[in-house]
Ligand binder design. Structure first.
Ligand code: FMN
Ligand code: FE2
Ligand code: FE2
Length: 399
């Protein structure tokens, strides 16, 4: 049994089998579906787990409450990685009352059939469990419309749903002070960039709403339970990313079939380094899963995109990356781009249309590279890199 504090227990599960989260994002360290059980005078379960893990989930619940019934199932978020066990849970605990907001309750009906017993709550409503009292705060579009947090007024715990979540299975304990949480910080940025990234403004509104709460513990639906000085740190990560704030550095994302565009991308990276830009990352858009590229794009101020012309358009994986950037509403970046071709260049036109659409500040002159990297195109690529380096350096604070 994993007790977080007093009557509050962790009954979540590790998923080390799933290869692609949401069918898209690889999980090098696995993922958790966190669920929490408050065994008070009333028993409240907060969120559930992926249906594939129901057996294990039920065992964990019974380990805490034995044969006691569950009085309330509180649903903060309806994405099936958390709501997946609702139908089975109702079979084992037919007397439980679903406690959630109106929008989420409609989704319960839509996914799992009518809830036998339910209690609809709204912003600021409370639920008495005995010693513990929970209060509910709506955080719509973080990252679905029905999302809310449950705040425990007694122990100052925020049960936050996906907000403040991260990829990575747990290794023995959910409690941050009993582990080395290093890997979770970068997995938090990758989780945010890919799952929540489009919803910067709703996340900012949610943070405003939560800012006056006294928070001793964050219990999200993915990753560790955060306490102590990690509480403000986790909040600051979500704050920074939702403001689309950046640090000095450049992501070079390139497509290349035969290596010519890659060579040009390498030349650009070398020139950036010579110019004193220390954080430069190259990603092959066809080989690196885009979740890693997008996490770097969230981190760095400079983006350089380059790809070959392909069937009178652009290399398909670059088309995909452009759509992913656009979809996330990423703001305030410097963009340089160039493209290659053999007989009629279209890639640069496509990149230009993208840059207009997203409204990034375009830096340097786009290069159209015909066939191989020759001395003149190399020079033009280096000039582009210098323009990016100069633009970034203009933002440096005087020492
Ligand atoms: C399937 C395919 C389609 C292509 N379509 C075009 C095209 O429409 N116009 C063009 O000028 N070049 C086209 N090319 C040529 C590439 O843009 C050119 O060879 C470029 O140098 C490839 O860069 P890389 O070496 O980085 O892969 C195509 C190449 C392939 C393999
Ligand atoms: Fe979710
Ligand atoms: Fe989730």
């Amino acid at each position: 049994m994993i007790t977080l504090k007093g009557k509050v227990h962790y009954v979540g599960v590790n998923d080390r089998i799933k290869t692609l989260f949401e069918g898209l994002w690889p999980l090098p360290y696995g993922v958790t579906y966190n669920s929490y059980l408050i065994a008070d005078e009333k028993v409240a379960l907060i969120d559930t787990v992926d249906a594939n893990y129901f057996d294990l989930f039920l065992d964990k619940i019974k380990e805490v409450i034995g044969d006691r019934p569950i009085d309330y199932l509180i649903i903060n978020h309806m994405e099936p990685d958390h709501s997946g066990s609702i139908r089975l849970l109702r079979q084992f605990y037919p007397e439980l009352t679903v406690v959630t907001n109106k929008k989420a309750l409609e989704m319960v009906k839509g996914y799992y059939g009518t809830a036998s017993s339910s209690k609809v709550i709204d912003e600021g409503d409370t639920l008495e469990l005995g010693h513990h009292v929970l209060r509910f705060h709506m955080i719509p579009m973080v990252h679905w419309p029905e999302t809310m947090v449950s705040y425990d007024l007694t122990d100052h715990i925020v049960f936050s749903g996906d907000a403040f979540g991260c990829f990575g299975a747990l290794n023995g304990t959910p409690l941050d002070y009993q582990m080395d949480p290093t890997i979770y910080w970068s997995e938090m940025e990758r989780y945010y960039s890919n799952i929540v990234g489009k919803y910067g403004s709703p996340v900012q509104r949610a943070l405003q709403k939560l800012k006056d709460l006294e928070i001793d513990m964050i219990c999200a639906t993915h990753g560790p339970v955060w306490t102590g000085e990690n509480v403000p740190r986790v909040i600051s990560v979500y704050d920074r990313l939702s403001r689309y704030a950046t640090e000095e550095g450049v992501v070079i994302a390139y497509g290349s079939m035969y290596g010519n565009t890659q060579q040009a991308a390498e030349a650009v990276a070398e020139e950036l380094s010579r110019e004193g830009i220390r954080k430069v990352v190259l990603h092959d858009v066809a080989r690196t899963n885009h979740s890693f590229i997008l996490a770097d794009i969230f981190r760095y101020k400079g983006i350089i995109l380059c790809a070959p012309t392909y069937n009178a358009s652009i290399f398909p994986q670059m088309e995909m990356l452009m759509s992913e950037i656009e979809m996330r509403g990423i703001k305030d970046r410097y963009l340089s781009y160039f493209g290659s071709f053999s007989w009629a260049c279209h890639s640069v036109k496509r990149l230009a249309a993208f840059s207009e659409k997203v409204g990034f500040e375009v830096v340097g002159n786009p290069v159209e590279m015909k066939q191989g990297l020759m001395p003149d195109t190399r020079k033009a690529c280096e000039a582009l890199a210098r323009a990016m380096a100069d633009r970034l350096k203009m933002d440096r604070q005087p020492a």
